[in-house]
Design a protein around this ligand. Structure first.
Ligand code: GLV
Ligand code: MN
Ligand code: MN
Length: 426
């Protein structure tokens, strides 16, 4: 048995204890486990993560983009580094496992390496990426986007529903917006590979009785902000045939989005996520309504065709109601396949550990998608109970998390030992 074949047994109780501590840091006045980007609980949680990284023996820094970065030095400082990690922000009313499992799992890997006296050839870089969840500025994965050089100056001028500039929000969080844009470390140093452990957030692994998901691709996303402008009128006196009701136009759009999702090739989906009436008086015909919607899939042709069809459908319905509509496609996350070399390495590690695995696509997006242009990328999924996620009921058994950490540890050691990883996704 070679060094990389020897099993590392994660200590489930340690991971569970970390999870419990981190889960305790949340917004008390929000449902579920809420730690939204730039919030005070999020700031506290990341201080906790930095301290925990230090306590397991990582050299810790905050990069200019707001990511918490811990490095476990390898034997050959010149060798391209291996990167792992995830995020610790949550959606409003979210759960305890989305993102945190990848960060805390990586810390357990570091403990196992140090306790066994194993020094990797390469540096192991553990990252808690800033603000992975989508936000009111319509941009997910803030930290990984920035280090990949994908965050643009004009993105900092985006405004949220309350009119606040994204750049000002960064500054309020103690980050210099110019430094955020300049922090492009992914583009400046060669990396060996990126591997992220994450909960599946969907039902496939549970349905198929698999402990490990080998992620084949991360779905692409088209996000739409449609603004409907009608005419305000007295809701009690304006006759029905003489209205320009923006809410009705938005309602048609909600159903159009839903129809597109129902007709999508699996695992494609489409969701209208927000409808906001900017005047919201209870007795006024709605005149200014904003709709947010998103479509996801791993079929580029479907995504492109749906975008066009949907815009035409929404426009036609709005015109028939005398309502103007403008479209702002706020992000276009491309479909990102995982590297074949890393998929194979994860599958081999799972098989060696006697863990049943399945190849699955990811409907959720991840920081991994923004690492992929810069190094071979792969992801390991662990099952989500009943496929629930982005809600307080989100749950993954600690034994399943420990199995995922074992696959993460074994795969990272195997990747470390390989000379060159092929980024090829075929
Ligand atoms: C993140 O969880 C996303 O897929 O929106
Ligand atoms: Mn996540
Ligand atoms: Mn999420």
């Amino acid at each position: 048995m070679t060094d990389t074949d020897a099993a590392f047994e994660p200590v489930a109780a340690r991971i569970e204890s970390d999870l419990t501590e981190l889960s305790g840091i949340r917004a008390p006045d929000h449902p579920g486990w809420t730690r939204e980007v730039f919030s005070e609980p999020y700031r506290d949680a990341r201080d906790w993560v930095a301290a925990r990284m230090r306590s397991v023996g990582l050299e810790v820094r905050r990069d200019g983009a707001g990511n918490v970065v811990g490095v476990l030095p390898g034997r050959s400082p010149a060798a391209p580094a291996l990167v792992t990690g995830s995020h610790t922000d949550t959606v409003n009313g979210g759960g305890r496992f989305d993102g945190t499992v990848g960060v805390l799992g990586a810390l357990e890997v570091v403990r196992l390496l140090r306790e066994s006296g194993t020094q990797l050839t390469r540096d192991l870089v553990v990252v808690d990426f800033l603000g992975e969840e989508s936000n009111d500025w319509g941009l997910s994965c803030l930290g990984s986007r920035a280090v990949a050089g994908e965050l643009r100056a004009e993105d900092l001028d985006r405004r949220d529903g309350a009119g606040q500039r994204l750049g000002d929000r960064y500054a309020g969080f103690g980050l210099d917006p110019a430094a955020v844009l300049a922090e492009r470390w992914l583009t400046r140093r060669p990396l060996h590979g990126y591997l992220e452990l994450h909960i599946e957030q969907g039902p496939l692994l549970e349905q198929r009785g698999a402990a490990i998901g080998v992620v084949t691709a991360i779905a692409g996303i088209e996000r739409l902000l449609a603004s409907f402008e009608g005419r305000p009128d007295h809701a009690g006196t304006r006759p029905m045939h003489d209205r320009r009701d923006a809410m009705v136009a938005a309602a048609h759009a909600v159903l159009a989005v839903h129809r597109e999702g129902c007709g999508a090739p699996p695992p494609g989906v489409a969701t209208a996520t927000q409808v906001v009436n900017d005047r919201h008086a209870p007795n006024v015909v709605p005149a200014s309504v904003r709709l947010r919607a998103e479509m996801r899939g791993i079929d580029a042709g479907w995504l492109a065709a749906t975008k066009q069809r949907l815009a035409q459908d929404i426009l036609t319905q709005a015109q028939a109601l005398g309502v103007d509509v403008t479209f702002d496609w706020t992000s276009d996350n491309k479909i990102v396949p995982s590297a074949r070399s890393i998929q194979d390495a994860v599958a081999r590690a799972a098989a060696r550990a006697g863990l049943a695995w399945e190849a699955v696509p990811s409907g959720a997006t991840h920081d991994a998608a923004h690492l992929a242009p810069w190094c071979p990328m792969g992801m390991i999924f662990v099952p989500s109970r009943a496929g629930r996620s982005h809600c307080p009921e989100e749950w993954t058994d600690i034994t399943d998390i420990a199995a995922g950490v074992r696959a993460l540890a074994d795969t990272l050691r195997a990747l470390d030992a390989q000379e060159d990883l092929v980024a090829d996704s075929r």
